[in-house]
Design a protein around this ligand. Structure first.
Ligand SMILES: [Fe+2]
Length: 308
């Protein structure tokens, strides 16, 4: 029998019998997005620094990642200090959890204060300076570009600031609408005029500013996007239940309970059912950041409500 010669062009060829490779997630070669949280205590103390919500080991990613497409971080900046960030990302989103200051992004200076959101195309060094003790929630899509092996080559939007007062005003307007009583939630989705198809904050990122009224339950739903949820002010008694399945009555089966903690973040894995509960007696705010814009573009978001 003659020895087969493998050419350079054939050296990586591989075949699997169909059932062996049809579902790599169940096979275990790729891992489910894990449950995880990043606590507020990290950005409330210590030196000026970036605190990465890094789940790359569990996700088997080669570089820091909170989900396959997204990286979430806290940035702590002590009063009078500054810090530089850089990410090979199409989109960077920042939410100001505490304090005030400014960010120099390319030729633009963005002044910010507590409650503001701003988005910037990545791929350059940005310097964030704090006037007072400050903390930012920073989410970007660097893991997606890292997986694809690409470098951002085109800025698809210009830096955009969503001021706290404007966000609060819009949320209040929605809350005051009598029709909101019939809706599943009281929230506003941040959008950008450049992305009229996906109706989102950037072409990959999706951001929501919502309130969970006192003594309310937001019924279960699910979507193929991951949610990197940031909780704002809240009292004990607010939580999210997360589960893979629901029963015939739309109730979560054996859910995991994620208690809300002020200015802490947690992961809601993609395609897991989740419901939000507020038994605290006071309204609470949440900011889920997702890769839902990218999913919407791919026509794969598939958002589904247990009780339509
Ligand atoms: Fe959700």
């Amino acid at each position: 029998m003659s020895k087969q010669v493998v050419t350079e062009l054939e050296k990586d060829v591989q075949f699997f019998e169909y059932t062996q490779a049809a579902n790599p997630l169940s096979k275990g070669t790729i891992k489910q997005v894990p449950y995880a949280e990043l606590l507020h205590t990290l950005h409330e103390q210590g030196e000026t620094r970036i605190i990465s919500f890094d789940l790359s080991e569990k996700l088997i990613c080669n570089s820091p990642a909170t989900s396959p497409n997204l990286s979430a971080n806290f940035i702590r900046i002590k009063a009078g200090e500054k810090i530089q960030t850089v990410a090979n990302a199409t989109s960077e989103l920042y939410y100001v959890m505490r304090g005030s200051g400014h960010t120099k992004a390319r030729e633009i200076k963005i002044s910010w204060a507590k409650g503001d959101f701003f988005v910037i195309p990545g791929g350059a060094n940005f310097v964030h300076s704090a006037n007072t003790d400050a903390a930012l929630y920073w989410v970007n899509d660097e893991p997606l570009l890292s997986y694809l092996g690409v470098v951002i080559s085109k800025e698809k939007f210009s830096p955009t600031l969503y001021k706290s007062e404007a966000c609060q005003h819009e949320l209040q307007r929605v809350a005051d609408d009598p029709a909101s009583r019939d809706r599943n939630r009281v929230s506003v989705i941040l959008a950008n005029k450049n992305f009229s198809q996906t109706m989102t904050v950037t072409h990959t990122l999706w951001a929501m500013f919502g309130v969970l009224p006192a003594d309310s339950v937001q019924a279960p739903h699910r979507h193929n996007s991951v949610a990197l949820d940031l909780i704002l002010d809240c009292k004990p008694g607010c939580y999210t239940l997360i589960s893979k399945d629901i029963d015939e009555k739309g109730q979560l089966i054996k859910p995991v309970r994620q208690d809300w903690k002020p200015y802490s973040a947690f992961v809601t894995p993609p395609y897991f059912w989740h419901s939000h509960h507020n038994e605290s007696g006071q309204a609470a705010n949440l900011i889920p950041i997702q890769d839902a814009a990218f999913h919407t573009y791919m026509r794969t978001l598939d958002i589904e409500f247990a009780h339509p």
